[in-house]
Design a protein around this ligand. Structure first.
Ligand code: MCN
Length: 780
C-alpha cells in the first residue's frame, strides 16, 4: 500500500471521540419522535412452561395504555430466521423450530417474550405490565450442555433429543488411526464457559410507521442495518423492503450481540402500524442479561496424538455446543464453520477430525460473541498443545515451533487455506516482550513470598474478514457476505463516503477517512464517512467477523479506483492529453513526462460543470460505487504470553504481565489497532478469570443476571499490556494487505491465562473461569 501521503500507518486520533466524550453522540434511546409512545415486554419467569392463558384485559384498560400484544397476534407472520443452514451428518437439514416474535403456546427460557405493552409513557407501560395475568404450566427444563441430548425432556417437539444437528469435518478414520498408533496422546475435557456480552449501551429500538406512504422507519442499536431490514421484511413481517428504512445511529458497542434480528424490534415495527404511533423500547440491564444472545458454552473432549519429539500426528475433537432455546441469526455457523475449521491452529497436524453436536436447551439463545467460534477453537488447540508439551517435557514455545506451518499457501485438513503468515516471527518477538528470559528470577521472588508464578503461551490463528460468499455459500450461508461502498465527490472536491460496514466502537470514521484521504491525496477533514442507514447507504452486510477494513475498506477502494479513472478522463480533456497519458499522484492529475497538471478539486468541479467536457464521452457528476466479495478469509495470527502470580492460600490470581505480538498484515492506524487488542485481551482475561453465565440446573433460572453475580474485569484486574503489531505479512488478496484485528485479543488470550495458572500450580487443568475458589481448590 502506498504510504506517500502519510495517512496510512499513522496513529491518527479518533475523530468520533469528540462527540462520544462530550455527550453529543446520538444513540437510539436519545431519539424522541413526534407522538412517541413506549413499549415494554413481559418476560417469562419460567425456563419452560405452557402458556395456558395470557389475559391482557386489565392491562389494556390501564391508564395510558394504547394496546397489548401477545404471541397470538404474530401467528400469521414468520419466525425469526437463521441465516446459516447446517446439514446433519446424514445429510438432512438441521432442526429449525419456529422462533416466534412473541412466545406462542410455550415459553422456552427465562426472559422469553410473552407480551408487549404500548403506552403513552414508560411508567404507564411498566405499570400495565404487572396487570397481565398469565397462567403458566411449568414443564421440566433442560439446561446442561453436556447432558442435553439425554435430558428426557424436549425443548422443541421437532427435536425430541434436543439435537439441532450433528456435524463433522476432517478425516475421522485417519485421525483414529493416528491416535491409535501414536507414542503419546494428550487428552482433556473442559467447558468453554458461557459469556453474556454486556455492551455499554443495551439493545434499544424505536419503530415508526408513516400512514401517508405506508412505510416504516426503525432506529435500532444494531451492527448491520441492511441485514436487519432484509431478514425482518423478507422472512418475518412481509413488508416490502423499499418500505422500510433501518437506521443504526451511534451504537455503544455490540461485540456481536447486536448482529442478530431479535423479536423485540420486530414486534415494535409490527405494532407501530397497529397503534399508528412510534414505539420506543430500551432494554434495562436485567433484560440485557436475560435476553441478549449469549456466547460460547461448549463442552469439549480433545485428544492430540504426538511423536515423543513433540511432532503432532492427529487431533480429534468432540464438542457439544449449546444453542439455547431457539436458533439465533448466525447460531448454527458458530460451532461449525467458525470453530471446527480453525482447529488446525498454527500447526501442520496432518490428521484432524471434529464432531459437533449442537443442542437446544431452556436458556437464552447463544450466538456470535467477539471471536465467535474462534476463541473456542483456540482454547482447544492451545490448551492441548500446552498439555502435550508438559507431558513430554518439551518447552511449550519449542513444541509450537516444531509444528508451525512455514509454507504458504497452506491448506489445512479442515477446509481453510492460509494465504500468508510468519508464526515464528511473532513468537520470537513475544518472548522478548514478555522477558521470558527473566521469568525464573521473578518466579523465585514470588516463591520467596509464598506465592506461585506461572507462564502461559497461546499462539492463535483466526479466519476473519467474513467472508468469501462462494465459500460461505458452499458451507450453508443463506446470504452473500460481500460489502458495498460509495464515494460521492462534491463539486468542491470534498468527499462523502458511504459504507455498508457499521462502526460501534471500532473507529471507522477515522480509519476509513485515512484510507480515502491517502488514496485521493486530500486532507482527512475533506472526507466524511457515513454508515448505518439503509436510507443513505446503497447496501451493506455490516460489521462482525473483523471484516470492515478488509472487506468494507476494499469496497471503498474499488469505488475510489472508479472515481480516479473517471477523473483521469476529465483531466485529460482539461489538459488536452490522451486519457492514457494521465496519471494520478499525490492528489494531482498529471500528464506523464510533462509539467502539466490539474488538482483533484478542479477535476471535481469540472465534473459538475458539464459544458467543460464532451457530453458524448462522459456523464456529469463524480459519484461511484462498488461491491467487493473477497476470495478468501484473512488470517491474522499472533503469539501471546501471560504471566500470573497466584496466592495458593486464597486462590487469588494476579495477571502480572500480558504480552502480545500480532500480525494484522498492513495496518491503517496502529493506535486504533492496539486499542482493539487491548479491549479483546481484557475480554479474554474476563472469560478466563471472572465471567460465567450460570443457569440453575433444576429451575433454569439465570443465576448470574446482574453485575452483582456476573463479574466483568475492572481496570485494576488488568496489568498494563505490552502489545505490539508485527511488521506483518500482508494479506495477499485484498489491495490494502490488511487482516482483521477486532477480535484477535479475545481469541488468543484465554488459553494463555489458563496455561499460566496451570503452570504456576503444576496442575493439568483448571476450569474457566478460574475463580479464587477453583484456584484455591486446585492449589490444594
Ligand atoms: N484496522 C487497521 N488495520 C488493520 C486492521 C484493522 O487500522 N490491519 C482498523 C480498522 O480500520 C477499524 C479497526 O481497526 O477501524 C477494526 O477493524 P476490523 O478488524 O476490520 O474489525 P471491524 O471494524 O469489522 O470490527 C468488528 C470487530 C468485532 S467482530 C467485534 S465483536 C468487536 C470489535 O470489532 N466489537 C467491538 N471491536 C469492538 N470494539 C468496540 N469498541 N466495540 C465493539 O462492540
Amino acid at each position: 500500500m502506498n504510504a506517500r501521503q502519510g495517512f496510512i500507518g499513522r496513529p491518527v486520533t479518533r475523530r468520533e471521540d469528540a462527540r462520544f466524550l462530550t455527550g453529543a453522540g446520538q444513540y437510539t434511546d436519545d431519539i424522541v419522535l413526534p407522538r412517541q409512545t413506549y413499549g415494554v415486554f413481559l418476560r417469562s419467569p419460567h425456563a419452560h412452561a405452557r402458556l395456558k392463558r395470557v389475559d391482557t384485559t386489565a392491562a389494556r384498560a390501564a391508564p395510558g395504555v394504547l394496546d397489548v400484544f401477545t404471541g397470538e397476534h404474530f401467528r400469521e407472520v414468520g419466525g425469526l430466521p437463521c441465516g446459516w443452514l447446517i446439514n446433519h451428518v446424514d445429510g438432512t437439514p438441521m432442526k429449525e423450530p419456529k422462533h416466534p416474535v412473541l412466545a406462542d403456546g410455550k415459553v422456552r427460557y427465562v426472559g422469553d417474550r410473552v407480551a408487549l405493552v404500548v403506552a403513552e409513557t414508560l411508567e404507564q407501560a411498566r405499570a400495565a405490565l404487572a396487570l397481565i395475568d398469565v397462567d403458566y404450566e411449568e414443564l421440566p427444563a433442560v439446561v446442561d450442555t453436556a447432558d442435553a441430548t439425554k435430558a428426557g425432556a424436549a425443548v422443541h417437539d421437532e427435536a425430541p433429543d434436543n439435537r439441532c444437528y450433528q456435524w463433522n469435518i476432517g478425516d475421522i478414520d485417519g485421525t483414529e488411526a493416528a491416535i491409535k498408533a501414536a507414542p503419546h496422546v494428550a487428552r482433556l475435557t473442559f467447558r468453554n464457559n458461557r459469556l453474556i456480552p454486556n455492551a455499554i449501551e443495551p439493545r434499544a429500538a424505536n419503530a415508526a410507521w408513516d400512514r401517508s406512504s405506508d412505510s416504516y422507519t426503525l432506529y435500532v442499536a444494531n451492527q448491520n442495518p441492511h441485514v436487519e431490514r432484509l431478514l425482518m421484511c423478507a422472512f418475518v413481517l412481509g413488508i416490502p423492503e423499499h418500505k422500510m428504512r433501518v437506521v443504526a445511529p451511534d451504537v455503544g458497542g455490540g461485540f456481536g450481540s447486536k448482529i442478530f434480528l431479535y423479536g423485540e424490534e420486530t414486534a415494535l415495527v409490527w405494532a407501530a402500524k397497529r397503534v399508528g404511533r412510534p414505539i420506543k423500547w430500551t432494554a434495562d440491564r436485567s433484560e440485557a442479561f436475560l435476553s441478549d444472545a449469549h456466547g460460547r458454552d461448549h463442552v469439549t473432549t480433545v485428544e492430540l496424538a504426538c511423536e515423543r519429539d513433540g511432532r503432532f500426528l492427529g487431533l480429534r475433537v468432540n464438542t457439544t455446543a449449546n444453542l439455547g432455546a431457539y436458533l439465533s441469526t448466525f447460531a448454527s455457523a458458530v460451532p461449525t464453520i467458525l470453530y471446527a475449521t480453525l482447529l488446525a491452529g498454527q500447526y501442520t497436524t496432518p490428521k484432524i477430525a471434529v464432531t459437533v453436536d449442537a443442542v437446544f436447551t431452556n436458556t437464552a439463545p447463544v450466538d456470535a460473541y467477539r471471536g465467535a467460534g474462534r476463541p473456542e477453537a483456540t482454547y482447544v488447540v492451545e490448551r492441548i498443545v500446552e498439555t502435550a508439551a508438559k507431558a513430554l517435557g518439551i518447552d511449550p514455545a519449542e513444541i509450537r515451533r516444531r509444528n508451525f506451518v512455514r509454507q504458504f499457501p497452506y491448506a489445512t485438513p479442515v477446509g481453510l487455506t492460509y494465504d500468508t503468515g510468519d508464526y515464528e516471527a511473532t513468537l520470537d518477538r513475544v518472548l522478548d516482550l514478555a522477558d521470558v528470559a527473566g521469568f525464573a528470577k521473578r518466579k523465585a521472588a514470588s516463591e520467596a513470598k509464598g506465592l506461585k508464578r506461572g507462564l502461559g503461551y497461546s499462539c492463535y490463528i483466526e479466519a476473519c474478514g467474513l467472508a468469501p460468499s462462494s465459500v460461505a455459500g458452499a458451507l450453508g450461508a443463506r446470504a452473500g457476505l460481500f460489502e458495498a461502498g460509495e464515494v460521492r465527490v462534491h463539486p468542491t472536491g470534498k468527499v462523502t463516503v458511504f459504507t455498508g460496514a457499521h462502526s460501534h466502537g471500532q473507529g471507522h470514521e477515522t480509519t476509513f477517512a485515512q484510507l480515502v484521504a491517502d488514496k485521493l491525496g486530500i486532507g482527512m477533514d475533506d472526507v466524511d464517512i457515513q454508515h448505518g442507514d439503509t436510507g443513505k447507504v446503497l447496501f451493506g452486510m455490516g460489521t462482525y467477523g473483523s471484516r470492515s477494513l478488509a472487506v468494507g475498506g476494499t469496497a471503498i477502494l474499488k469505488a475510489l479506483d472508479k472515481v480516479i479513472a473517471k477523473g483521469r478522463r476529465i483531466a485529460a480533456h482539461l489538459m488536452e492529453a490522451g486519457d492514457d497519458d494521465v496519471v494520478f499522484e499525490d492528489g494531482v492529475f498529471k500528464v506523464a513526462g510533462t509539467d502539466k497538471s490539474v488538482p483533484f478539486a478542479q477535476v471535481a468541479l469540472t465534473a459538475y460543470v458539464p459544458h467543460n467536457f464532451p457530453h458524448d464521452k462522459l456523464e456529469p457528476g463524480l459519484n461511484e460505487n462498488a461491491f467487493y466479495d473477497p476470495s478468501n478469509f484473512t488470517y491474522p495470527a499472533g503469539s501471546y504470553v501471560c504471566e500470573v502470580e497466584v496466592d495458593p492460600a486464597t486462590g487469588q490470581v494476579r495477571v502480572d504481565r500480558f504480552s502480545a505480538c500480532d500480525d494484522f498484515g498492513n495496518v491503517i492506524n496502529p493506535m486504533i489497532v492496539e486499542g482493539q487488542v487491548h479491549g479483546g485481551v481484557a475480554q479474554g482475561i474476563g472469560q478466563a478469570l471472572f465471567e460465567h453465565g450460570v443457569y440453575d440446573p433444576d429451575s433454569g433460572q439465570l443465576l448470574t443476571g446482574s453485575f452483582m453475580d456476573y463479574a466483568l474485569p475492572r481496570a485494576n484486574d488488568l496489568p498494563s499490556f505490552d502489545v505490539e503489531t508485527a511488521a506483518g505479512t500482508p494479506c495477499t488478496h485484498n489491495p490494502i494487505g490488511a487482516k482483521g484485528c477486532g477480535e484477535a485479543g479475545a481469541i488468543g488470550s484465554p488459553p494463555a491465562v489458563i496455561n499460566a495458572i496451570c503452570d504456576a500450580l503444576g496442575v493439568p487443568d483448571i476450569p474457566m473461569p478460574a475463580t479464587p475458589y477453583t484456584v484455591w481448590q486446585a492449589a490444594r
